[in-house]
Design a protein around this ligand. Structure first.
Ligand code: SDX
Length: 381
């Protein structure tokens, strides 16, 4: 076999430039178009961060007002999308529902195959505006509840929570949700974003690239980890069972969801900000009973035990799972929330890739059978 160096999983391989974000494991930092994500999370509405990712600059007051008005005007669940969702089984995984809904939006969009930047920006804003109603409706229908129409007098986060739960969120919940959307929005060439770029590199359309990205994000090694974190918490039960549970899990060589990262090796730069948001929710809900405090104790116990045993640190999915649980979202809804946020990063990369039109097609090293021939076959003279 010829001597080739395989880069399994493209680990450590730099394949292209991007101006959208910079992940720096050495400084443990993340910049969106040059701004530290912590500063954006502390000062901006998610709508402004979406604008920044697409346009490269934060909007001024007039630009933000214009974008907000446009976003609010297209939040409603389209009738054909609702009919399609209602055809799906109630126990269909919400990521399959979201993937299908985006396909319907794409198949119904007359400008789906217009790959101009202006058209792709319109489609990006359309998906940004419409995903909350899809995610909220799917959770409500699984609970036997009716669709709640959006309100155009509410900001993105307040409206998302209102459509899901039917009442206006407390400010601490709205703020924590807004922070989670900003932290989840973008992260350079992660698996789902790179999937979207590969699809775009063939000159396919934006909706096809987003549908492919949703498929990639669903996996528990990627976005599906935030859902899996809550399954682990349910499995462990309480803080005092962390040790025995980890003994068994590590003996079976299981991956502990919510920990580890392909790029960050000294901890995920976003975790402190999301953990601080989680702490505000724990305090807020502690008055309702022991559940929040017990969850926090279990969270801290598992992190301390796993880090001390394996030196592997939490990633963003570890604090975001419990945060969404305290906000009242079903565990199955957690990864669709990731989609609603990451659609901004995906579409920013799709637009960037479309401008480069370089087909992504790596090489492979063959390790199958040597050349051989069909018995008795004689090629035509
Ligand atoms: C996201 O790329 C991104 O930016 C993704 C993301 C984004 O914003 O888009 O940040 C979002 O996907 C975060 C990751 C969510 N996934 C999980 O929480 C699933 C659990 N994590 C692991 O599967 C793992 O850490 C990965 C997949 C995230 C990273 O995988 P790598 O790079 O292949 O892991 P590694 O090479 O660093 O592992 C080194 C060693 C291995 O042990 P050995 O085989 O060498 O003995 O550490 C072990 C791994 O088995 N290890 C773990 C572990 N993570 C690494 N062991 C147990 N549990 C874990 N979570």
């Amino acid at each position: 076999m010829t001597d080739v160096e395989i880069k399994k999983g493209l680990a450590g391989v730099t394949v292209d430039y991007t101006a959208v974000s910079k992940v720096n494991p050495d400084t443990n930092s993340l910049l969106y178009r040059g701004y530290p994500v912590q500063e954006l999370a502390a000062t901006q509405p998610f709508e402004a961060v979406a604008y920044l990712l697409w346009h490269g600059e934060l909007p001024d007051a007039a630009q933000l007002a214009e974008f907000e008005a446009s976003e609010r005007a297209q939040r409603a669940l389209d009738e054909n999308v609702k009919i399609t969702i209602d055809l799906l089984p109630l126990d269909a995984h919400p990521m399959d529902v979201v993937r299908t809904a985006v396909s319907v939006i794409g198949a119904s969009d007359p400008e789906a195959y217009d790959s101009s930047r202006e058209s792709d920006l319109r489609k990006s804003a359309r998906l940004f505006a419409k995903l909350p109603a899809i995610v909220a409706y799917d959770q409500r229908r699984r609970r036997g509840q009716e669709l709640i129409d959006p309100r155009d007098d509410l900001d993105y986060s307040s409206n998302f929570l209102y459509m899901t739960f039917g009442d206006l969120p407390d400010e601490v919940v709205r703020r924590a949700f807004n922070v989670s959307m900003i932290l989840y929005a973008e992260h350079s060439f992660n698996a789902s974003t790179f999937t979207a770029r590969v699809i775009t590199s063939t000159m396919s359309d934006l909706y096809s690239a987003v549908v492919g990205a949703i498929g990639a994000l669903k996996g528990p090694l990627h976005g599906g980890a935030n859902e899996a974190v809550m399954h682990i918490f349910d499995d462990i039960g309480s803080a005092d069972n962390v040790g025995p549970w980890l003994d068994a899990a590590l003996a079976e060589k299981r991956k502990i969801m919510g920990f580890g990262h392909r790029v960050y090796k000294k901890g995920d730069s976003r975790v402190p900000t999301m953990k601080a948001a989680l702490d505000t929710l724990v305090e807020h809900y502690s008055a309702d009973g022991p559940d929040a405090g017990d969850l926090a104790a279990l969270y801290d116990a598992l992190e301390a035990e796993f880090v001390s045993r394996k030196g592997i640190y939490p990633n963003l999915d570890y604090p975001s799972g419990p945060a969404y649980h305290l906000m009242g979202f079903d565990t199955l809804t957690f990864t669709p929330l990731f989609v609603a946020a990451r659609v901004t990063g995906w579409t920013a990369h799709i637009i960037e890739q479309a401008a480069s039109n370089a087909l992504i097609r790596p090489l492979s090293a063959y390790n199958g059978p040597e050349e051989r021939h069909i018995a008795g076959y004689v090629a035509d003279p």
